[in-house]
Structures are given as structure tokens and as C-alpha cells.
Design a protein around this ligand. Structure first.
Ligand code: AZC
Length: 837
């Protein structure tokens, strides 16, 4: 799939001018957009006006690729991937689009000639935070790689009016602020008022006989709302292929209920409108489902129904009869949030397109594939049958029928094994009856995958053991990846330039395996020096930013030790805190000989209702307050909390990290993707054998990775044989003194109770076995410090981490999906050769 960037063939200035990619064309269009769209002259434009004009100038250039891609995909009936995801954590668009268009330098120079700084313009962009964390960001990386790999694709999701909250830190606590990302307009989306679908809720179903005498069902919903499409083009790198991200906004079917209006109920009519719009109003800020939230179920059904109707519309408009639907489309369920699509496609085929059950099921089952992202039992979605019935009565009937047929199959295979039937049922019985969305997703899909080798094995061995016994061929692994365009080229341009200079080409951006060519230079003194300078500059940038954003001074000479990810007990940010407290105590006791100066940097949000996670954030800031104000330890350690960790801020963090903390309890982190982003930027990892850490370690070499802690198997064994955390607390004097120091009130102005819920939980329950891994973690951190002191060795390890990270490009992941799961081939779009105005 390696082909030159379309812009490379356009080397003559005339050609670039003709296609709008020259500096002169950019300048002219920028000024035009500033005038005609923003209504400003250069002299009076605000920074936001400048950003908008730059965004429109860039978008114009995307559109050409996009319109052409759509045209080619349509006329060639190209097999298309539909990625169904309730979340897309997109991050800022502008810088990535410039890179993918190949016009970053031209834009920078055009800006300079106008007296503008491109970096300042990029800073203006408010990112669409339509996701919580890993799962949403993965969807965004996959959209970019789908285009880069030239796979025809549509991403379907929800256009939340409010994305993930903005995090502020006040008095050390997380405070949530609404994310009004659309406030100043979104230049990247194109509203499609003609692409609207009705979505029903509630009501009842009726049976009737059709003309042929066959029994049919009709659903009479009590409420009907509309979903309207908003499209965002997603361009690939080094290609003219551009795919479509189609997000649905909920609205009332008509702006007024005229009957209510005529009878004088103006308020009632407007209220109905508002109620409908609530459905796409806000992203649920949890990375695990909140039980029983009716609005959440409504959201899921809303976007899934619009998307399935849209796919059917596209199929009927282009290919024709629905019999071939599963040949035209493959739909990937990103976790169980869109699993209702299975029931919805069945309903549309059965009720609206009057197909038989057998044919509808055959199509449905051949259409869907499902990715699981977690083994944590509390994160597995279930919906109460009563709520489901109230909102989606027809879908409940369909789920029951799918279940009836499925369980017959199970009974036939495993005669007399009713316990198995009970476990595999789509309905959990005993207590309140609930629908198991994961089971629905597995039954309704022809392929199921986990997101790292270890995770996929555990999926088969634990979560879906019964299903893997019934359908072993259905289970796959596709290890996650991340896009090197955003997380290397855009986030870390200095490093990108150094790699390009060292390798003598920039083909690695498209074929990340080729960063391996760095290995040949790993002993060049010049490279080592340049490598250190690049890292040092990134650390300085972060230090400058952190000083301004968090008021903490960081010394770029110190080791930047970073943990950035959602806050969750299984990710064990509190294990890191114990390490900080240990360092603090050692320095105070004059035992700093094993230490190196370190900046401990955290970033991440906690779900607003997750008390323990929020308390851990408070503890970090509380420890920071003491440590950072203690002159005795100041030259040694600093603690900094980056407020509002999001994609944009992540891009500041990854390049500056020396050490990447991936310290989840083994068996709990499905994959992790931050681990890849850090490693790509030359950070060394300290980590457990969990998720993709296992494969990263294999790839970069065990000698270039700091491994510690129990394996998943050992953790399970220990858990089963009765884990008693207090024994660790009692028997390890340092551990005890670290926990006791928290309880002493030192970090809470004398309040000895504030952190009790956390410390008591650790000592008495410790569900994620922090205490069991504490000693191993400290020992490993000692090795980290020793290694860091040997600068050439550390630098060499850093280079090798980058050189061997190729496998973790999301391009590789997408190719594996395409080949093994989706059975779809690339479709090349030729660069357009007509001029644009
Ligand atoms: C995450 C997993 O926790 C993480 O390990 C994985 O890398 C990522 O998905 C992508 O596969 N899961 C979530 O983010 N889950 C939700 C519901 O947000």
C-alpha cells in the first residue's frame, strides 16, 4: 500500500498552484475565507477568526478528496466498513489535516508572509472530546488509518453537544466544567439536512397478516424523533482517500407540534422539541456503564437506528436488493454500546423490508463483528428487561426470538447442560431480569476480537469461555495501534525530523516498520546527542507549559516520570503515589543515594461519580503540595498534575516523557494505547505483564523495558487462595510507613480521616493488589534510576524503543482487521487533477 504522497508528484510550483497546495494559493484562500466567512480584514481579525479561516482553507482542500472518494466508492460498489462507536475522541483536526495533505510547511510559510504564527493558530482549536478514553481514541486512530490504508469506510456515532467535561483542579480536587465545544462553531463538519431518519421509542407492537397471509409485526412507537447527519471528512496520509465520519444529532421531527400550538400549549410543543434534543446532548463521562440510565439506552438506540437506516438507504441507492447487504457492508461494533444494532437491523429487515427471519438473520449475522475492550465485570453492559421493554418493545421480542433459537442450538450441542444454557442466555435470570449486551454482540456477530494477545486469550478463557467452546473459529485477536501521524509527526516534529534525517527518508510515516532503520545508527555518537537534545527540548516545552497551566516548576534535567490515563483503581495511580512517598521519606532520612532527580507527572480524568478515583487525584495534589514546598527535597523530586488531560494535552506530554508508567494489575488492562504513544516518543516503559505491554516488551526487547510485578496468572492464583493485603502492610516496614504517613495527616493539613477510605481499602481489601506489587515496583524503580544515570545507555534504549515500535501503528491493526475480519480490500483514489477555485 506504499505509494507516494499525492503532493509529491505535484512538485512544480505551477502544479501546486493549480491544485491549491501552493503557498500563494493558501495565502489567497486564507484571506478570502477570513473575509467572506468570518467577515474580517487581517488587521482586525481575532485569533479565533484566524483559526477559522485556516480551518476552512484546509477543509476546502480535503473536500476535493472526499467528494471524489465518495463518488468512486459509490460507482464501484466498493465493500465498505461501517465503524459503529458511541465515542470518537478526535483531538484537534487542523494540524493532522495539514500533515495528511502534505502542506504543513507551505501553511507555515504562508502564515509567516502574512505575519502569522501557525503554532498560535493551532493552539486556538477546541478539540472535539466526544469520548472518554482508550476506546474513543482508538476509534479516532482507526478512522485515520482506514483512510490511510485506503479502506472505504464510514464512522457512525453521536454528535454530542457537550463532550467529555473539562477538568479543573481546585484545592487539589477534580472539578468538572462543561465542554461547550460547539460554542464557537465547528468548521470541520458539514450538516446534511437531507439525511434525516426517524427513530421511535416506546409504544406497543401489533401483529397482522400480510397479503401473502404471513404473520407480521408492526411497531407503533409512542415517541418519534429525528436524527440528522453531520459529516466530517477524514483524510488519510499520503493518499487521496478520504472517508466519512457521520455523527447524528437528535432533534424533534418538526420544530413545532402544531396541534399543541393551536390549542395554546406553546410550552408543551417547545418542550417536546427540547426533550428530543436531549438525546444527543451530552456524552456520559464514565468509562463503564452506569446502571439503568434510560437516556443512555436511548442514545445507543438513537445512533444505531440512524446508522442502520442510513446503510440500508445507501445500499438501496447504489447496489440494490438487500440480499447482498452483507457483501456491501461490514459493521464493526466498538464494544457493546452499539450492540442494539443487531436487533435493529433484524427489525428493519423483518418488519420494514418484509424479509423472513432466516434471511434477516443470515444477513445480520454476516454483517456484524464485535470488539471487546474490557474484562472488568462491572464494565459489562446489561439493561433491565423492564426498561428495555418500555423503550424498545419490538426489539425485546426480537431479542427473545434470537435467544430462543440460540439456546436451542446450545442445548443441542451440550445435551442436558442447563447450567451452560443459563450462563450463555442473552437474558440474565435470577433477581431482576437483564439483557446481556455482550452476549447479544457475540451471538449476533460472525467475528469477535480482543485488543491485545493476552486480552484475547483471557476473553476466550474467562469472559466468553462457553462461546469460545461453541464457536472457536469466531474468536480473534487484533492488537491495538495508534496513528504515528498524530502521535509522532504532529506531536513531536523535532523527533520526526531527526528520524527522517537519520533514516534518509520519511517513508516511515506511512510504513512505521521502517523506523527500524534507526537501529543501524544506534551507536552513532551524533545521533545519541541529537536524540537527547530533542528530548530535552520537548521537556523544556512541557515545563514551560506546566508552569503556566499548573504553576509547577519542572526541571528539564530531571527524569520525567509520567502516568497519563483515566483514573481507575485497576490502573493503580496510587501505587505510583506510594513510590513518591517512599522517595520523599528516603530523601528526608538522608538516603537519597539510589535516587535520581525526578518529576512525577500525572494526567487524567476521573468519572464524576467515582469517589475513589477522585480521592486519588486529591491525594496526588496533596502530596505534591507538601513535596513541592519542602526545600529539603526540592532538588530531588517534584509532583505535577496536568489539568484536563485530553488529546491536545497528551500531545504535549508524550514527547516529554522519559519514563512511561503502565502499572495496571496484570489481567485488567485490555490493551492500553498510551503505552504505545509514549514508547513511540522514546519513553522507556515501566510496566506489568498486562495488555499490550506484553507485546511492546517483546518488540522492543526485554532489556529495554522495566518489568515488574505479578503475572495475570499469579494475580489470579493469589486472589483465589485468599489475598490478605494487611500481611504485606504488616510485614513491609517501608510500605507500612508510607501508608501511615498518609494517615498521619501530613498531606491533609492534619486531617487524619481524609484519605482513610483509600488507605483502609488498600490495607483491608486492595482489590487491585497494590500492596502485593509494591516491593517489586520499588525495586524496579531503583533499576530505572540506575539506568537513567547512565545517559548513553538510557538514550540507546530510548532509540531502540522507537526503532522497534513499528508494529503498534494503527495502520497495522487496520490491515489485520481488513484481511482477517472484514475481508475488505483497499480502493485507491487517484489524486484529482482538476483545478479548484
Ligand atoms: C479501553 C481499555 O481499558 C484499554 O485497555 C484499551 O486500550 C482501549 O479500550 C482500546 O481498546 N476501554 C475503554 O476505554 N472502555 C470504555 C468503555 O471507555
Amino acid at each position: 500500500m506504499s505509494t507516494p504522497n499525492p503532493t509529491e508528484s505535484l512538485d512544480s510550483e505551477r502544479e501546486r498552484t493549480r491544485t491549491g497546495l501552493s503557498k500563494a494559493a493558501l495565502k489567497q484562500d486564507f484571506l478570502d475565507n477570513l473575509f467572506y466567512i468570518q467577515g474580517r480584514f487581517r488587521e482586525v481579525a481575532t485569533p479565533h477568526d484566524l483559526y477559522m479561516a485556516a480551518a476552512f482553507t484546509t477543509r476546502d482542500r480535503l473536500l476535493k478528496h472526499w467528494v471524489e472518494s465518495a463518488q468512486v466508492f459509490k460507482t464501484s460498489h466498493a465493500r465498505t466498513v461501517c465503524y459503529l462507536s458511541a465515542e470518537y475522541l478526535l483531538g484537534p483536526h487542523l494540524a493532522c489535516n495539514l500533515v495528511n495533505l502534505g502542506i504543513t510547511e507551505a501553511a507555515r510559510e504562508a502564515g509567516e508572509e502574512l505575519g502569522l504564527d501557525l503554532d498560535a493558530i493551532l493552539e486556538e482549536e477546541e478539540e472535539p472530546g466526544l469520548g472518554n478514553g482508550g476506546l474513543g481514541r482508538l476509534a479516532a486512530c482507526f478512522m485515520e488509518s482506514l483512510s490511510t490504508c485506503r479502506i472505504p469506510a464510514i464512522g457512525y456515532g453521536i454528535r454530542y453537544e457537550f463532550g467529555i467535561f473539562d477538568q479543573a483542579i481546585e484545592d487539589g480536587w477534580q472539578v468538572e466544567k462543561t465542554d461547550n465545544w460547539l460554542r464557537n462553531g465547528n468548521p470541520w463538519e458539514i450538516p446534511r439536512p437531507k439525511i434525516r431518519f426517524s427513530v421511535g421509542y416506546g409504544g406497543y407492537t401489533e401483529s397482522y397478516r400480510d397479503d401473502t397471509g404471513r404473520s407480521r409485526v408492526c411497531w407503533r412507537p409512542a415517541q418519534v424523533i429525528n436524527g440528522m447527519a453531520y459529516d466530517t471528512p477524514i483524510l488519510g496520509y499520503g493518499t487521496a482517500n478520504a472517508n466519512l465520519l457521520r455523527l447524528w444529532k437528535a432533534e424533534a421531527p418538526t420544530s413545532f407540534d402544531f396541534q399543541a400550538f393551536n390549542t395554546g400549549d406553546y410550552y408543551g410543543a417547545v418542550y417536546a422539541n427540547i426533550q428530543a434534543e436531549t438525546i444527543s446532548k451530552v456524552l456520559y463521562p464514565n468509562d463503564e456503564p452506569e446502571a439503568g440510565k434510560e437516556l443512555r439506552l436511548k442514545q445507543q438506540y438513537f445512533f444505531v437506528s440512524c446508522s442502520m437506516q442510513d446503510m440500508i438507504r445507501l445500499h438501496l441507492n447504489t447496489v440494490g436488493p438487500l440480499e447482498s447487504f452483507a457483501d456491501k457492508f461490514v459493521a464493526q461494533l466498538n464494544d457493546t454500546h452499539p450492540a442494539l444494532a443487531v436487533a435493529e437491523l433484524m427489525r428493519l429487515l423483518l418488519d420494514e423490508h418484509v424479509m423472513s427471519w432466516e434471511q434477516s438473520w443470515d444477513i445480520t449475522h454476516r454483517t456484524f463483528c464485535y470488539t471487546n475492550h474490557t474484562l472488568l465485570p462491572e464494565a459489562l453492559e446489561t439493561w433491565s428487561v423492564s426498561l428495555f421493554e418500555r423503550l424498545l418493545p419490538r426489539h425485546l421480542e426480537i431479542v427473545y426470538e434470537i435467544n430462543r433459537r440460540f439456546l436451542d442450538e446450545v442445548r443441542m450441542r451440550f445435551l442436558g447442560d442447563e447450567a451452560r444454557v443459563w450462563r450463555m442466555s442473552l437474558i440474565a435470570e435470577g433477581g431482576e431480569r437483564r439483557i446481556r449486551m455482550a452476549n447479544l454482540a457475540v451471538v449476533g456477530s460472525r467475528a469477535v476480537n480482543g485488543v491485545a494477545e493476552l486480552h484475547s486469550e483471557l476473553v476466550k478463557a474467562t469472559l466468553f469461555k462457553d462461546f469460545a467452546e461453541l464457536w472457536p473459529e469466531r474468536f480473534h485477536n487484533v492488537t491495538n495501534g495508534v496513528t504515528p501521524r498524530r502521535f509522532m509527526v504532529v506531536a513531536n516534529p523535532r523527533l520526526a525530523q531527526l528520524i527522517t534525517k537519520t533514516c534518509g527518508h520519511d517513508d516511515w510515516i506511512l510504513d512505521l516498520e521502517r523506523v527500524r532503520e534507526l537501529e543501524a545508527h544506534v551507536d552513532d555518537a551524533g545521533l545519541l546527542e541529537d536524540w537527547r537534545a530533542v528530548k530535552r527540548a520537548a521537556k523544556q516545552d512541557l515545563a514551560t507549559w506546566m508552569q503556566q497551566a499548573a504553576g509547577v516548576r519542572l526541571d528539564p534535567e530531571s527524569l520525567f516520570d509520567v502516568q497519563a490515563k483515566r483514573f481507575h483503581e485497576y490502573k493503580r495511580q496510587h501505587l505510583k503515589v506510594l513510590h513518591i512517598i517512599r522517595c520523599y521519606q528516603r530523601i528526608k532520612q538522608g538516603q537519597s543515594q539510589d535516587l535520581v532527580p525526578r518529576a512525577f507527572i500525572f494526567g487524567g480524568k476521573a468519572a464524576p461519580g467515582y469517589f475513589m478515583a477522585k480521592l486519588i487525584i486529591k491525594l496526588i495534589n496533596a502530596v505534591g503540595e507538601v513535596v513541592n514546598n519542602d526545600p529539603q527535597v526540592n532538588g530531588w523530586i517534584r509532583v505535577a498534575f496536568m489539568p484536563d488531560f485530553n488529546v491536545k494535552n497528551g500531545q504535549r506530554l508524550y514527547p516529554a516523557a522519559d519514563l512511561s508508567e503502565q502499572i495496571s494489575l496484570a489481567g485488567k488492562e485490555a490493551s492500553g494505547t498510551g503505552n504505545m504513544k509514549f514508547s513511540m516518543n522514546g519513553a522507556l516503559t515501566i510496566g506489568t505483564l498486562d495488555g499490550a505491554n506484553v507485546e511492546i516488551r517483546e518488540a522492543v526487547g526485554a532489556e529495554n523495558f522495566f518489568l515488574f510485578g505479578m503475572t495475570a496468572e499469579e494475580a489470579l492464583q493469589r486472589q483465589m487462595s485468599g489475598y490478605r493485603p494487611w500481611e504485606f502492610y504488616q510485614s513491609d516496614a517501608e510500605l507500612k510507613s508510607d501508608i501511615d504517613l498518609i494517615n498521619s495527616g501530613l498531606f491533609s493539613h492534619g486531617d487524619t480521616q481524609l484519605f482513610r477510605p483509600l488507605t483502609d481499602n488498600l490495607v483491608n481489601h486492595d482489590p487491585f493488589m497494590v500492596l502485593a506489587d509494591y516491593r517489586a515496583y520499588l525495586d524496579c524503580q531503583k533499576t530505572v534510576s540506575e539506568t537513567y544515570r547512565d545517559t548513553p545507555r538510557w538514550t540507546r534504549m530510548s532509540i531502540l524503543n522507537v526503532a522497534r515500535i513499528g508494529r503498534f501503528s494503527s495502520d497495522r491493526a487496520i490491515r489485520e482487521y481488513a484481511e482477517h475480519i472484514w475481508k475488505v480490500t483497499p480502493k485507491r483514489i487517484e489524486p484529482a487533477h482538476h483545478s479548484q477555485s
